[in-house]
Design a protein around this ligand. Structure first.
Ligand SMILES: [Zn+2]
Length: 1002
């Protein structure tokens, strides 16, 4: 044994001994440190049962110079009646920073409404003084290419480094407990001298964002304060959380549309943190849902899923030993979708974690009665919650803090293991091309939608991906025999092996032009790119029957942009250069002449262009044409009187190619106007329409924001608006009319001195009234007078049920399970302006949308009939029956129609045409669901035959206007940018939707 080996061994022993000592820390206070007597007494007073507390939180250590949360709150954390605004939380955190060298506050960005987001780091002075050098080491572990994937080098870095554990609070605004729990946790971590807490702050930097949804927090506190001021009244439900969406703010880690997602993502990746732990409050009493249930997301490193088990079970086990009931893991959360905020860590080589604790949506202490599914014992919940108990916000804070402290202690005690795993996961992400593949994703340089392509690439950049661009054409091997289609998979020929059959056919290849984008998989964040661009398959017979969320998100398909998965590793050595800066599509005016042409390719920037040229006349070509050596699609813009300078700068800014020509093309046209648009919302729920507002705002498409109550009062809608958009509500059609029940007191949603943060997006004296029958009449008059009413999913059902769309009916689904999946649509009528810019097929997001049937009769009868089997009689199943004792009579041919079409009218129906819809008012099908064989694109589809071939997007002429029905949802969670333009087409062509229409002869 050499001296150095001996020294090494000694070091190992010392380290092991130290780890064991750390891990053995007893969860108990330091008897030599005084406690804050009054604070401690209040903790016990507000905790409703002794077993709802732990040795970690049943006291508060005193400090001569560091203020407790009481300084700002006026009472302790979790006290009844105390819900601090974000500003109060921040004030306290900054007081802590001033008073303690163990606390450092960082501003991490702002919200949509301009409120600040912060992250506070708490650790020993020693660790905090070494943050920058530590980050430099973590950056190398996070990107193992910097150390040539050298494990020995990594071990040295791990030995010198300490980890970052990032905790985020109250993303869900009705889940109110975490800000005070996190204020107190920060205090404890900074002040407590117990060996247990000391071992945390000496080994881990705890990074805390106490309020993630800051806009929503302040509105929630308003509502709670209103409730305190009106103790006998019902209080208004929190209809707006963030500026755009409510609980879906925790589904944005795919599309990154919200500022809070980007701020947390940038903080997580910027700090090179190891964990992202998000706090929620919807399950009694503490559900560590990290381990969850299957199916697990298929793109994660198994090292991570093992870490989930380790940390999750330690957490449950420690709290079980404290005697705290209702602490469990597993449960019914499937771990499939990468849309959750915490999943930022899972897809970026960290560890995602989530607690559901129990809360009262406010700080009242109340009796809570649970349902059997919540209190019954299950295999994973051996010590379940109590069927009935008094519950307080303090209980909630005890659970959250105890759970976090036990987890932080465990994490700190095993920090070297988790740091090493962090390195290994990052390294295995870099090795992806050589191991599981693919080698790269390629986005072809000749994509017909360069604007949407650039937008998709910018999202990948925001996810932290490096993107390259081919500097020359290149060819890769594709799977033999596999037909090519946009977004399809390209894998190389199987290499011959002794055990397998010889490769059946010659490998095919595909050549990509110079300028094609390449996202290499030999980079640290390859995993998120693979997860987002790949296809999803959820087996219809998967044992998981309670699907938690969307099952598909394939982003190339949803963006209507070509994405090719390439397994051939040759792709990594083609000539390419790294793209620096944000990716944009090229755009400017080319050629010369006084007429300007813009190809309609359904790039979303075109709607921005139209509204930016608000005062300029723009026409749409009703047929394809060729000019300036280019092919132009139906719907292409023809602009006559515009300033060249303006078009040049708009083209460059928006990434749009504009062709100047001397003469307008000889093609039929109609005007494309900057329509006056209203987005109508209910006071029942604004969750889904929020994604529509966000899409319109991102593209600078102006709109009026109106409620069903405004429509109820306004019988001159057409004088103000050309199009009323009614996004999905998530409520039954009847409640759109009735609103909320009119029992009890009015429910105001308006700005007052008591509620300064609500009523800004929209306001009302009373949230309860709905559209009412007057609103229904006003909407119908709006359509009759020439307006376009655009409806989607459940609001399409509303339009059908309330008589807007004669001839359309909805079939109830029996077996269909299209659970947030992606299905293929086929274009039925490419001449409809709604289809402008699209090809003959489009992948769309679907969530069990309505199954439409068409009829030429107003009441929808004589709708689609599946051809019946023959009656009992002579012969084989295909034979005609024969009546005996007379010559056979001739059977007239029965009328035929496709599934998406109306049946032709029969002679009997024409005898008296009272109910026959005049030909020019018959529903016009624009898109339909694909045939069963090519309907499925991604996710979970079961019973698809029930919806296959049925109409999906229908334009129903009515009076002088139109009602547009969508069975699919074209605007969803910032992910479906490829289908947005179906909506924009309906808007821009609102007064010419009949263009290209073929009317039945009779
Ligand atoms: Zn939640």
């Amino acid at each position: 044994m050499t001296r150095s080996m001996f020294r090494c061994l000694i070091t190992v022993f010392v380290l092991l001994a130290a780890a064991a000592a750390i891990h053995a820390q007893k969860p108990a206070r330091d008897p030599n440190q005084p406690i804050d007597e009054e604070y401690t007494r209040k903790i016990r007073e507000y905790t409703t049962e002794p077993f709802f507390n732990s040795p970690l939180t049943d006291y508060l250590p005193a400090s001569p110079n560091v203020p407790t949360p009481k300084t700002v709150l006026g009472d302790i954390a979790g006290a009844p009646g105390k819900l601090p605004y974000s500003e109060e939380v921040y004030r306290y955190i900054r007081m802590l920073e001033k008073a303690s060298p163990r606390v450092k506050v960082f501003s991490i960005g702002t919200t949509e409404e301009g409120r600040e987001m912060i992250a506070v780091a708490v650790a020993s002075e020693q660790l905090l003084s070494r943050l920058d050098e530590n980050r430099a080491r973590l950056a190398k572990l996070a990107d193992p290419r910097t150390i040539n994937l050298n494990d020995d080098e990594a071990d040295k870095l791990v030995a010198d480094s300490f980890p970052i554990y990032y905790i985020t609070g109250t993303i869900h605004s009705t889940e109110t407990g975490s800000p005070t729990a996190l204020m107190e946790l920060a205090y404890r971590l900074a002040v407590d001298d117990s060996a247990y807490v000391k071992s945390i702050r000496d080994n881990v930097v705890t990074l805390i964002t106490p309020v993630v949804e800051v806009d929503g927090r302040d509105r929630m506190v308003d509502v709670y304060n209103w409730h305190l001021a009106h103790p006998k009244d019902n209080w208004p439900p929190l209809i707006y959380w963030g500026h755009y969406v409510a609980h879906d703010n925790n589904r944005d880690a795919i599309g990154l549309s919200l500022k809070l997602t980007r701020n947390v993502l940038n903080t997580f990746t910027g700090w090179k943190a190891q964990v992202l732990h998000d706090l929620h409050e919807s399950v009694p009493y503490l559900y560590d849902n990290t381990i969850g249930d299957g199916p697990y997301n298929a793109w994660l490193d198994p090292i991570l899923t093992d870490e989930w088990q380790m940390i999750g079970w330690n957490n449950v086990s420690e709290m079980t030993k404290f005697g705290m009931p209702g602490v469990f893991a597993h449960g019914n959360f499937d771990t499939w979708s990468p849309g959750y905020l915490m999943f930022i860590a899972a897809t970026h080589n960290g560890i995602s974690r989530l607690y559901e604790t129990f809360g009262n949506a406010g700080a009242d202490t109340v009796e809570r009665t649970l349902s059997p599914s919540q209190y019954q014992r299950t295999w994973y919940r051996q010590n379940p919650p109590l069927p009935k108990t008094r519950w307080s916000q303090r209980n909630n804070n005890n659970y959250e803090e105890t759970a976090l402290l036990t987890t932080l202690q465990y994490f700190g005690a095993h920090s070297k293991l988790f740091l090493k795993n962090f390195y290994l996961k990052s390294k295995r992400s870099v090795l992806k091309p050589k191991n599981e593949g693919p080698a790269a994703y390629v986005l072809p340089g000749d994509d017909p939608r360069p604007g949407n392509q650039a937008e998709l690439l910018r999202t990948m950049q925001a996810q932290g991906a490096e993107i390259h661009r081919a500097t020359a054409p290149f060819t890769v091997v594709l799977k033999p025999g596999k037909p090519e289609r946009p977004g399809g998979e390209a894998t190389p020929a199987a290499s011959p092996s002794p055990t397998s059959e010889p490769t059946p056919s010659v490998a095919t290849t595909r050549t990509f032009p110079a300028g094609s984008y390449i996202i290499r998989m030999d980079q640290p964040y390859s995993r998120i790119v693979d997860a987002l661009l790949d296809y999803q398959y959820w087996a219809p017979n998967d044992p998981q029957t309670e699907v938690y969320d969307d099952t598909a998100w394939t982003m190339g398909e949803l963006a209507n942009v070509g994405v090719v998965r390439v397994v051939d590793t040759k792709v990594l050595s083609v000539p390419m250069e790294r793209v620096n800066g944000e990716i944009g599509a090229p755009g400017a005016v080319a050629g010369s002449g006084s007429v300007y042409l813009v190809n309609h390719n359904a790039d979303n920037a075109l709607v921005t262009l139209r509204y930016r040229l608000r005062d300029v006349d723009v026409d749409a070509a009703e047929e394809p044409f060729e000019a300036a050596g280019q092919k132009f699609n139906r719907g292409s813009f023809i602009i006559r009187k515009a300033s060249l300078d303006e078009l040049n700068s708009l083209g460059a800014e928006l990434g749009i190619k504009i062709y100047a020509v001397p003469q307008p093309p000889a093609v039929k046209t109609h005007a494309v106007k900057a329509a006056r648009v209203a987005l109508m919302h209910t006071w029942l729920d604004t969750q889904n329409e929020g994604w529509w507002r966000l899409a319109f705002d991102q593209l600078h498409m102006p709109y009026a924001y109106i409620s069903t109550q405004d429509v109820a009062r306004d019988d001159k809608l057409k004088s103000k608006y050309d199009v009323i958009v009614f996004a999905p509500v998530g409520a039954p059609p009847a409640s759109i009319i009735s609103g909320m029940p009119m029992y009890g007191n009015p429910l105001p949603w308006k700005t007052t001195s008591l509620t300064p943060n609500i009523g800004k997006i929209d306001s009302t004296d009373d949230m309860r009234p709905g559209l009412d029958w007057s609103g229904l009449r006003n909407l119908q008059a709006f359509v009759q007078q020439g307006g376009v009413f655009l409806t989607v999913d459940d609001t399409a059902s509303f339009a059908v049920n309330y008589g807007f769309t004669p001839g359309v009916t909805i079939t109830r689904a029996n077996r269909l399970r299209a659970v947030g999946d992606i299905l293929r649509m086929k274009t039925v009528d490419a001449t409809s302006p709604i289809a402008y810019g699209y090809s003959d097929s489009l992948a769309m997001y679907c969530a069990n949308g309505p199954i439409f049937n068409l009829s030429n009769l107003a009441d929808g009868s004589s709708g689609r009939r599946r051809s019946g089997q023959r009656a009992t009689g002579r012969g084989t199943p295909d034979d005609p029956d024969v009546v005996q004792g007379r010559p056979p009579s001739e059977v007239p041919e029965s009328p035929k129609a496709e599934v998406w079409e109306a049946m032709p009218l029969s002679d009997e129906q024409r005898r008296n045409e009272v109910a026959v819809i005049p030909p020019f008012e018959r529903p016009r099908v624009v898109l339909r669901y694909g045939d069963m064989k090519d309907l499925f694109v991604s996710g979970l589809l079961d019973g698809g035959d029930e919806i296959a071939e049925h109409a999906a997007v229908i334009d129903v002429p009515s009076g002088h206007g139109h009602v547009v029905l969508f069975s699919t949802n074209p605007v969803w969670r910032g992910q479906t940018k490829g289908s947005y333009f179906l909506v924009f087409n309906a808007i821009l062509n609102f007064d010419n939707l009949n263009a290209g229409r073929k009317v039945d002869a009779r």
